[in-house]
Structure formats: C-alpha cells, structure tokens
Design a binder for this molecule. Structure first.
Ligand code: ATP
Length: 320
C-alpha cells in the first residue's frame, strides 16, 4: 500500500491547465477519477456542556463524565474513490498534518485494513473548525471519514461497529460518529444518548494560544477538585428542556488548570458574560470559550464586542 499526501486546494482544478506530459501519475489519476463516485460528509464541532474528571485509572486514562452536544460549525469532507491502493489527503488549511498524523488519514487506513479494502480514496478536508481548540475538529473528521467510507465502499458497517473502530482512534471519535447530545463516561467512549438542549445561539471565541490536552490532564489533580459539576443535574435540565437550568449547570473541571496557565481564557469568559451571554464555559481542555445565548438580538453585540480583541469568533446555532 502506498500513501501520498499533498498540501493545497482542489487538485482537480489545480492541474487542469497542466500539459499531460508534465503531470505525475497521482495527478493524472486524480483527474481521471475526480469525476468518479464522490461522497460528502459534514464534520461538526462539539462543545462540552459539562466535563468532570472522577479519578485517574490504573491504565493512565482519566475516568470522565462529560455531556457533549454538536454545534453548526463544521468541516466539510469530500471523498472520491481511487482505483489504486492509496490514501491521499489534501486541505486548504496550511496548519494541519496531511500525512499519517492526520486523523482522517488514520480513520481511512483503519477501515481499509480492517475490511480488507483494496481500492483507495482521495479526501479533501475543507477545515472550518479551529484546530487544537477543544472542539474535537480532528475527531469529527475521523468520524466523518468512517461514515463516508462506509458509504463510498458500500461496507454496510453498523453504527455500533463504526463507534468501536472510532474508539481506536481517540476518545471523542465514538461520540462524533453519532453526534446529537450524549453523556460520555469511561475515558469518553461509553455513550448514553440524551435529549438535545433547547435551541439557542452559541458564540465561540478562540484566543490565539495553544493548549496541550495532555498537559492540562497532566496538571489536574483529580482528588483535589473541590467543586464537581453534576452530570445528573445537567441531564435533568436537558430532560426538563430548560435553557436556564442548562446555563446554571454548565461546568468544566479542566478550567481550573487552563485558566491558571492562560489567564486570557478567564478574561474571555468574563467578557462574554459582561456582554450578555446567558451561560459561559470553556470547551474541552480549551482554549475555546463558548457562550449560550437565547435572544438573537444579543448575539451581534456579543460577537462584535469579542471581535474587538479576539480574531477567531463564531456565532452559530446548536445542531439539534
Ligand atoms: P479535542 O477537543 O478532541 O481535544 P481539539 O479540538 O483540541 O480536540 P484538534 O483540532 O482535533 O484538537 O487537533 C488536535 C491535534 O490533532 C492538532 O495538533 C492537529 O495537528 C492534529 N490533527 C490531526 N488530524 C487533524 C484534523 N483532521 N483536523 C485537525 N487537526 C488534526
């Protein structure tokens, strides 16, 4: 099996004006097969409505309780069948790996090997979700790749099996396979579906800092956490379909680590609340902060206020 990767935009367009004798084998193949069978998948971002860490397990993972839901901020994946045993990844985003380190690549490799697929695939990632932001962009791309290739190659893999495959790629991947709203326990891979939160606006702001998930978990002393958010109370709020209760029950124990390391995340939370968001929380290990907003009339004020000092701000709806 050979794996090649390319950086840049859509190669079918990119090579259209190149004379035949100047095209390499892969480019010609892409052109020839570019119009063949194509599959599109949306890979939405997730937010954590609550995230609790119970303890560190003997296997080194943390036992967590998380309630997650999806927002309408999504990467778009285009997958085209290739006749040759090759996985090719491209993206317009210059800041993600396009080789074996890309989670979409890993997902494609896993499904190919496990189901003995001999044909190849070209995957173009149109990245919209900020990278390393606590929004599970890579995990969602991996999940979308599993869903898409299941269709493209007509493998008929049941969703439960796709989730099991996903858990080999990362703790958030099984949730991203199904989406919706769910309680995740274990290391994040044991899922129970929950009702979606009442529809609202979600304003997301990502400060220009890099947060390492491993470092945040590494610095967390689970036994010293004084205030644990409550999964059961958040679950009740969702079952009651109460927006106010959902806002009251937001909580993330990783904030205490990330906010200490990066005080700008705390400032962003304060600013969102001051500008009128109904509930505010950091997602995952950060650094993205999200605000839940019920009234549309407040959204532009919050968005514009944040844009004054933070470049990456998004106003989206929940994906319900
Ligand atoms: P999580 O919330 O699951 O911790 P995250 O939102 O913090 O994830 P990602 O955007 O998934 O982080 O990126 C984490 C790392 O994964 C980055 O360093 C990035 O280079 C790498 N990565 C691999 N594949 C992808 C992909 N398809 N999209 C984005 N990042 C990817």
């Amino acid at each position: 099996m050979s794996f090649v990767h390319r950086r840049g935009g859509n190669h079918f367009l990119q090579y259209r004006n190149v004379p035949d004798d100047r095209m390499d084998e892969d480019s010609t193949e892409l052109l020839r097969w570019g119009s063949a069978m194509k599959i599109y998948e949306k890979a939405p971002a997730k937010i954590n409505l609550m995230l609790d860490v119970l303890h560190k397990r003997p296997d080194g993972y943390h036992e967590v309780e998380m309630i997650m839901t999806m927002v309408d901020l999504a990467d778009r994946l285009e997958m085209s069948a290739l006749p040759r045993d090759t996985i090719i990844i491209s993206s317009q985003a210059g800041y993600i790996p396009l080789d074996e380190k890309n989670l979409a690549f890993q997902a494609a490799k896993l499904i190919k090997e496990r189901y003995n697929v001999r044909s190849g695939v070209y995957i173009h990632l149109d990245k919209k979700i900020p990278v390393a932001a606590g929004l599970a962009g890579g995990s969602s791309d991996a999940a979308a790749t599993l869903r898409g290739l299941n269709r493209l190659w007509e493998l008929g893999i049941p969703e439960e099996e796709l989730k099991e495959l996903g858990s080999e790629l990362g703790s958030d991947v099984p949730f991203c396979v199904t989406g919706g709203t769910a309680l995740a326990t274990g290391r994040g891979e044991v899922l129970s579906p929950l009702p979606n939160p009442p529809q609202c606006w979600v304003v997301l702001a990502k400060p220009p800092i890099n947060v390492s998930t491993a470092e945040v978990y590494g610095r967390l002393h689970a036994e010293q956490i004084a205030n644990h958010p409550s999964a059961s109370r958040m679950q009740e709020a969702l079952e009651n379909r109460s927006f106010n209760e959902v806002c009251q029950q937001l909580g993330n124990v990783l904030e205490q680590v990330t906010l200490t390391l990066h005080p700008e995340v705390a400032h962003l939370k304060e600013a969102m609340l001051r500008l009128g968001a109904d509930g505010v929380l950091m997602s995952g290990s950060g650094p993205t902060v999200f605000g839940l907003v019920s009234k549309e009339s407040k959204v532009s004020r919050i968005y514009n206020g944040l844009r004054g000092f933070c470049k990456e701000v998004y106003a989206v709806r929940l994906l319900t």
